[in-house]
Design a protein around this ligand. Structure first.
Ligand code: 2P0
Length: 385
């Protein structure tokens, strides 16, 4: 057995039905089911290389070019789980399991953008390690041990993560609802807002909310179960109006629940609220929902819309949030913008200059893949390139 290097890449996902709250903090088992879409890896992805060798003296981990402590329980849990499965399945020789590993990961999108990188990162790490140790198992369960939302980045397209009922989390798995090609017109605009505020981490926010909020009980028992079923049906029927309404209602309820924690978890900013108003104004003008917003544990908006709406919605954003950034729209090629005469008659003024840093334009994409030789982040000695 040689010290082969295995490399993988995995997608970012943004939920349309949010995960918030754990029923097991160590096993990262959620209180409720959630639904997300995985995005095109050509625009945003995590990449990871792994290698095990007899001459490595310790386990090592580099993230975005900086060596990190390996003393991270989530990282260790993922690695141990994979080694235990490999031992059970006798997929590699016993000695191989004793060799130390080197792990090198990077994201191709700025962490400063405040976008969840742990989901793509742990899905990628799990995919690469599973290949290294030649195991055959449901990787959504292993990725979940690194970060809950990573469970969903194991698949492309729309994905449902089931909370499950078993205490050991073995039925808290993700499954694909439809692949990325099924609703190929779906597009995504991520509006990265300029102001940075120090906010509570998802880990702490979920804990405070689960412990102190009365509203989360209603969300978990009543709202989410029926909304998840309606959401999966809307996706399968490509019913955009229903999809959009459910997405916005779930985002709003999630932030209301966060605000009902004590002390409250405040993630939205003035700019976030202005975005919400603009989208409702636009949808009302169109006569039906054409764009859906959703916000994670931070102020950035993620807009879901169909391809033919992109030029008009980008024009709308340009009008309300004028930017001095020459590279304002990143990702997929920016379409020619449309004139905004429809806004000039509406007596709505621009909101303010440079309130958005930039916009990432992307679409749905496939699940993780193993990369070819020549695409590694580790050199032949198992050190970062
Ligand atoms: C989600 N978020 O469904 C929700 C919505 C943020 C808001 O999953 O502690 O990094 O690693 O399980 O997955 C972010 O939380 O938390 C998240 P852990 P995670 O995408």
């Amino acid at each position: 057995m040689s010290g082969d290097i295995i490399s993988a890449k995995a997608p970012v996902n943004i939920a349309v039905i949010k995960y918030w709250g754990k029923r097991d903090e160590k096993l990262l088992i959620p209180l409720n089911d959630s639904v997300s879409a995985s995005f095109d890896m050509n625009v945003m992805c995590a990449k990871t290389s792994v290698c095990a060798r007899p001459d490595f003296v310790e386990d090592k981990f580099w993230l975005n070019g900086v060596e990190q402590s390996f003393n991270n329980p989530r990282l260790i849990n993922c690695l141990l789980k994979i080694k235990n499965i490999a031992a059970e399945q006798q997929s590699v020789e016993k000695d191989f399991l004793k060799w130390k590993v080197h792990i090198c990961s990077e994201n191709n999108f700025p962490t400063a953008a405040g976008l969840a990188s742990s989901a793509a990162g742990y899905a990628c790490l799990t995919t690469a390690l599973a290949q290294l140790y030649k195991i055959n198992t449901d990787l959504s369960v292993v990725a979940r041990l690194g970060s809950g939302s990573a469970s969903r980045s194991i698949y492309g397209g729309f994905v449902r993560w089931y909370s499950g009922t078993k205490p050991d989390g073995s039925d808290s798995v993700s499954k694909q609802v439809v692949d990325a090609q099924y609703w190929s017109e779906m597009r995504v605009l991520i509006l990265v807002v300029s102001e940075t505020q120090k906010h509570i981490s998802s880990l702490d926010g979920m804990k405070i909310t689960a412990e102190t909020s009365e509203l989360i009980k209603h969300r978990v028992a009543v709202s989410v179960p029926s909304r998840v079923e309606k959401m999966c049906a809307a996706i399968k029927q490509k019913d955009f109006a229903t999809f959009a309404e459910l997405t916005m209602k779930d985002s709003n309820e999630f932030h209301a629940v966060c605000l009902s924690a004590y002390p409250p978890c405040i993630y939205l900013t003035e700019t976030s609220y202005r975005i919400i108003e603009i989208i409702h104004f636009y949808n009302k003008m169109c006569g039906s929902p054409k764009v859906a917003y959703t916000f994670d544990a931070g102020p950035n908006a993620c807009l879901y819309l169909l391809e033919d709406e992109v030029p008009r919605v980008l024009s709308l954003i340009n009008y309300f949030f004028p930017s001095s950034n020459k590279d304002f729209v990143k990702g997929l090629p920016c379409p020619t913008l449309e004139n905004v005469d429809f806004l000039k008659n509406s007596e709505k003024d621009p909101i303010g200059n440079d309130l958005l840093k930039y916009v990432i334009y992307t679409k749905l994409g496939d699940g993780p893949i193993i990369l070819n030789d020549g695409d590694h982040l580790l050199n032949e000695c198992g050190e970062p390139m």
